[in-house]
Design a protein around this ligand. Structure first.
Ligand SMILES: Nc1ncnc2c1ncn2[C@@H]1O[C@H](COP(=O)(O)OP(=O)(O)OP(=O)(O)O)[C@@H](O)[C@H]1O
Ligand SMILES: [Mg+2]
Length: 312
């Protein structure tokens, strides 16, 4: 549904987006992750035709954004950063205006408008001027304009930014309810959001793609994937050397009676540890195998200092 080919963007001497290529298929919710200034919004602006790429291009449902910009744009719904809307219009007036701009009039316009209002839960505020709405409702009005023409591709730049937990939940549920029939790209700084709604993640740092995979596969790259976390009774002696002797153990962290054993790679460490514990008649008070952590993978891929493991 969407293919980006070697997108580049220069702003004078700033190379903001560097040779970015990726594909998004129907049914996918692609999370765009990256530090501030990484190039997420710039990439989205190029895909939606608000910025011209310095080089490279993209195709939306087969339509090239440079050769057939109008056909490409018809198939995109875009929620820009900071949700710009016309403040003095009412919600209904604004959505009617967008419907007309999209060439939807008469019965078709009313049907699309009703559906967008229903999905965005805006029924209660239709006649309210936009400048009197709370931030969450403004964001939903902006989402409603993005989905009004029922586009197959949705590009949402930080759709839950600044919303309270309930409003975040409403917007995420909305995204999930549309996911099956569309290709959706969203940017976010909230890693739990990625795990909750995204089927795939792109991590972008300094304008370049540094990772492309499912949240689960990225978490497997974490030092924490398959690590063993144990706590022993107070009178237990120091077990660090014993655990360091395990073949699949890369590193041991000790905090009073708590031990964290990090594996060379996720796999055999938990079994090796339990065998060692029973051979030495050791009974931990708590024993768990940890999941990988997306925050750690993100930090490793997007900071020059790289991996700095911290016990939670
Ligand atoms: N119109 C512009 N003129 C000059 N530089 C720009 C312009 N737009 C973006 N940039 C620069 O391009 C780089 C990427 O910015 P972009 O807004 O794409 O980052 P981002 O990943 O969306 O960041 P954030 O998470 O803060 O929204 C930054 O260095 C930014 O200052
Ligand atoms: Mg941005």
């Amino acid at each position: 549904m969407l293919e980006a080919h070697s997108l580049n963007k220069w702003f004078d001497r700033i190379h903001a987006v560097k040779d970015v290529s990726f594909r998004v298929e129907q049914g996918e919710v692609l999370g765009f992750l990256g530090p501030n200034g990484a190039g997420k919004s710039t990439t989205m602006r190029m895909l939606t035709g608000f910025l011209t790429p310095s080089s490279g291009t993209a195709r939306i449902c087969g339509h090239d954004i440079l050769a057939a910009p109008i056909e490409a744009r018809k198939r995109i719904g875009y929620l820009p950063e900071n949700a710009p809307v016309y403040d003095d219009m009412t919600v209904l007036g604004f959505l009617r205006f967008i419907a007309e701009a999209r060439g939807l009039s008469g019965v078709a316009g009313t049907t699309h408008l009703r559906k967008a209002v229903e999905l965005s839960h805006l029924d209660g505020v239709l006649n309210q001027p936009i400048d009197t709405l709370s931030k969450g409702f403004r964001q939903r009005v902006c989402l409603a304009q993005a989905i009004l023409h029922d586009p197959p591709v949705l590009i949402l730049d930080e759709p839950t930014d600044g919303l309270d937990p309930n409003q975040k939940h409403v917007v995420r549920t909305m995204i999930q309810s549309m996911a099956a029939t569309k290709a959706i790209i969203l940017s976010t700084h909230i890693l739990e959001e990625v795990e909750a709604v995204c089927t795939r993640v792109l991590i972008i740092a300094n304008g370049s793609l540094v990772a492309n995979g499912t949240p689960a596969s990225l978490k497997q790259q974490s030092e924490w994937a398959g690590a063993v976390d144990m706590t022993f009774p107070e009178n237990t002696g120091d077990l660090t050397a014993l655990f360091k002797g395990l073949a699949s153990c890369k590193r041991v962290e000790k905090q009073t009676q708590r031990y964290l054993l990090f594996p060379h790679a996720p796999g055999r460490l938990p079994q090796e540890t339990t065998a060692l514990l029973s051979a030495h008649h050791l009974s931990p008070l708590a024993f768990s195998v940890t999941e990988g952590r997306l925050d750690e993978v993100f930090r490793t891929l997007t900071t020059p200092a790289g991996k700095t493991s911290k016990t939670p």
